[in-house]
Design a protein around this ligand. Structure first.
Ligand code: ZN
Length: 357
């Protein structure tokens, strides 16, 4: 199937973008979508790109223009992308004082483009308005609110997306990657079955039947992550999170890559023999067990043991932060090693204590 790819022209200081939809000769190279690879096979490296903070109703012209160029780049290269779309009304100033007082009333040029490329671009619901709730101890739109309030906002957001023609969304991405048990309860009641957040545990949150896809990697260093994954003999999923502000064209100090560098990165990754590019929901479909709540619970146990464990024998050998999301057995094995290490040291300590008596 040949895609329809836009040619983008930014004109003048206004950043106005004109989209010309033209027939492209770039055949999408999403091997998973074409059924040519089995992403779940041992040794396969699966890369999921997650691009956060796109406005359903449009942001500033400058912001929308860059969002459009990023998404267009992925379409042109035939690389799958999951986009976290903020459905509700908000002011960009609330997301870091980027455009103080700028009411988000402009008509988005991004969403029609996404709608035309749903084969490669997945829309995920990114909260409701990305506002910060005052009652939460951490930066969050949802934590420390009642399940009913959370569900109300989640459903309002979903209705706005649906009204814009975006239906069938299965993945929820909580703003600031923060949530609590009530968020999971509300999401389940609202019909969601998957979440992508960060690696934080957020207490003892758990929800059977819910998929959890944590983003552990960023744009910069992804090739090192791929090299690491080549050394393991199990299927790997690298979930890469990036934002508009990570691109140099945005002009922010935290930017670390230009659009051209991103294009070259995608082209280098595409030349790797074992890489598949998936959306978040494709990753879940490829390895549901790997992203299950029981897998997350095994990870949670491992993280807790890691924190409690102050004896360094094996700890040095185990990676604290993973760039990829391994299978549940990996967490269980590492948790067992930590326990074994603690027991071995306790026995050794007892023997030494007896000998010194
Ligand atoms: Zn966000």
């Amino acid at each position: 199937m040949y895609g329809v790819s836009p040619k983008l022209h930014a004109s003048g200081d206004s950043g106005q973008v004109v989209i010309l939809l033209t027939k492209s000769l770039n055949k999408p190279r999403n091997a998973f979508a074409e059924g040519k690879v089995a992403p779940g096979r041992s040794g396969a490296i699966n890369v999921v790109f997650r691009y956060d903070d796109v406005f359903l109703k449009g942001g500033s012209a400058e912001r929308d223009s860059l969002d459009l160029k990023v998404i267009n780049l992925f379409v042109r290269e035939g690389v799958s992308l999951s986009v976290a779309v903020i459905p509700g009304d908000m002011r960009e100033s609330e997301m870091g004082k980027e455009v103080p007082g700028n009411p988000v009333e402009s008509k988005s040029l991004v969403m029609p483009f996404i709608l035309a490329h749903r084969d490669l671009i997945e829309v995920c619901q990114h909260g409701y308005c990305h506002c910060m709730t005052a009652s939460s101890a951490v930066e969050s739109e949802f934590t420390a609110r009642t399940a009913a309030d959370q569900r109300s906002d989640i459903e309002k957001g979903r209705a706005l997306l649906s009204a814009a023609g975006i239906r069938g969304i299965s993945v929820f991405i909580p703003p600031h990657n923060t949530f609590d048990q009530d968020t999971l309860t509300a999401l389940t009641a609202a019909g969601f079955r998957a979440m992508s957040a960060g690696e934080s545990l957020h207490g003892a949150c758990t929800q059977d039947g819910f998929a959890f896809v944590p983003a552990l990697s960023g744009l910069w260093g992804i090739e090192d992550d791929v090299r690491q994954c080549k050394n393991i003999q199990e299927r790997a999923f690298i979930i890469v999170l990036f934002h508009n502000y990570n691109l140099k064209e945005r002009g922010e100090p935290r930017a670390n890559m230009s659009l051209q560098e991103l294009e070259m990165l995608l082209q280098r990754l595409k030349r790797e023999p074992n890489i598949s590019f998936l959306t978040i929901s494709q990753a879940i479909a490829a390895a549901p067990e790997q992203f299950s709540m029981s897998s997350f619970r095994a990870y949670s146990l491992y993280r807790r043991l890691w924190r409690l464990h102050h004896l360094p024998l094996l700890k040095r050998l185990l990676l604290y932060r993973f760039v990829y999301w391994p299978a549940r057995t990996y967490w269980k094995r590492n948790a067992a090693l930590l326990l074994l290490d603690a027991v071995a040291l306790a026995v050794a300590g007892a023997i030494v204590a007896c000998a010194l008596r």
